[in-house]
Structures are given as structure tokens and as C-alpha cells.
Design a protein around this ligand. Structure first.
Ligand SMILES: Cc1cc2nc3c(=O)[nH]c(=O)nc-3n(C[C@H](O)[C@H](O)[C@H](O)COP(=O)(O)O)c2cc1C
Length: 174
């Protein structure tokens, strides 16, 4: 375990017109960031290029969400997800992210890219933040990390089953 990360509790908001862009290799190591990414996260390009994307990971993000992201990308699919990220100074910002595989001419996956927009406040406050809190609590309840992840993953599956919806349909129904 590393040092506990500083969190200020201050949320950074950004404009509807802002698009936060990054690209990674197949392991999630950052290969490109746009200026908006740097402005909002507070990191310089040199801090980010060559670093794992988890450099932004906020401790209140459930692991189940990242499992879903990687499972879908690994299956060659695009994925939409609400994510809270940690800025360099410990502030945080919520995004609605869209990630997709990037292909070379031969159709081989060479990495991933992601576009993030400002999320709808109502959806974060009423649905996503409370859900992520529950998933995180479930993950922390089990000393065995793997079991915690399995349990929270099951919570997501149960939620979708109760709505009778796929993940994609559910996220766009909010
Ligand atoms: C294209 C792409 C974009 C990503 N963007 C983020 C992000 O903005 N924030 C984040 O915490 N993780 C992001 N991830 C996921 C990270 O790679 C990682 O799985 C996650 O931070 C959990 O890290 P951990 O398993 O080390 O805890 C992204 C992954 C990809 C492929």
C-alpha cells in the first residue's frame, strides 16, 4: 500500500463545451492527453505521459466500475461510465466518459482512447454517487480484495437484472 493520498474535498467543475481527451496503450499507460485534460487535472504533460491512467484514480471509485470498463474494452466494445477523478492537488472532478479501442490498419487493437464530458449533475447526485458508495462499501467489507470485487460486481449485475436492462441501456436511461 502506498501513502494515503491527499483529498481536499473540493470539486472542480468544467464547462459543457470542454472535452477531456486521453489515449492509452493496451495496458492503460497514457500516450496522449489534450490541454483540457491537463487544465482540469492539474497535471503537466510530463507528469502524465508514460504513466498508468490510474494516476488519476480517486479512492472513492469502486473497482467494479473499472472491471466493467476493462471487460468491455477487452471484448472490443465501447463503454460509457461516470467516473470521479483525483486532481494533482487532491481536488476531484466528475466526468461522463466514453472509451473505445483504437485499431491499426490490420484491425488489431493498439490501445484505447477516451473522451469525457461534464456529467449531468442530477444523475451523479441522485444515482451514481449513492451507487458507487454502496459498491465501495461492499468492496471494503471483505478482507479478500478478490471476493470484495466479485460481490460488488454481482451488485451491479443484480441492479441491471432488476431493471431488466443491459449496462448500456441502463446508463442512457438515467
Ligand atoms: C482509455 C482509458 C481511460 C481511462 N481513464 C481513467 C480515468 O480517467 N480515471 C481512472 O481512475 N481510471 C481510468 N482508466 C482506468 C485505469 O486504467 C485503471 O484501471 C483504474 O484507474 C483502476 O486502477 P487500479 O486497478 O490500479 O486501482 C482508464 C483506462 C483506459 C483504457
Amino acid at each position: 500500500m502506498g501513502q494515503p493520498q491527499i483529498l481536499t474535498g473540493t470539486e472542480r467543475r468544467f464547462a459543457e463545451s470542454d472535452v477531456i481527451v486521453s489515449k492509452t496503450d493496451t495496458r492503460g499507460v497514457i500516450t496522449y492527453v489534450n490541454r483540457t485534460f491537463m487544465k482540469i487535472s492539474g497535471y503537466a504533460e510530463a507528469d502524465l505521459l508514460g504513466k498508468p491512467h490510474s494516476i488519476l484514480r480517486h479512492p472513492e471509485m469502486p473497482r467494479a466500475v473499472f472491471k466493467l470498463l476493462w471487460d468491455m474494452l477487452g471484448a472490443g466494445r465501447e463503454v460509457f461510465a461516470y467516473v470521479v477523478n483525483r486532481c494533482k492537488n487532491g481536488d476531484h472532478y466528475w466526468v461522463f466518459a466514453h472509451a473505445t479501442p483504437s485499431y491499426d490498419k490490420a484491425g488489431k487493437v493498439v490501445g484505447y482512447h477516451s473522451f469525457r464530458r461534464v456529467p449531468e449533475r442530477r444523475i451523479v447526485d441522485e444515482t451514481i454517487a449513492p451507487l458507487y458508495r454502496q459498491l465501495l462499501d461492499e468492496e471494503r467489507r471483505y478482507p479478500d480484495r478478490k471476493e470484495g470485487l466479485e460481490r460488488s460486481h454481482r451488485m451491479v449485475a443484480d441492479l441491471l437484472a432488476s431493471k431488466g436492462a443491459s449496462y448500456d441501456r441502463w446508463i442512457f436511461s438515467l
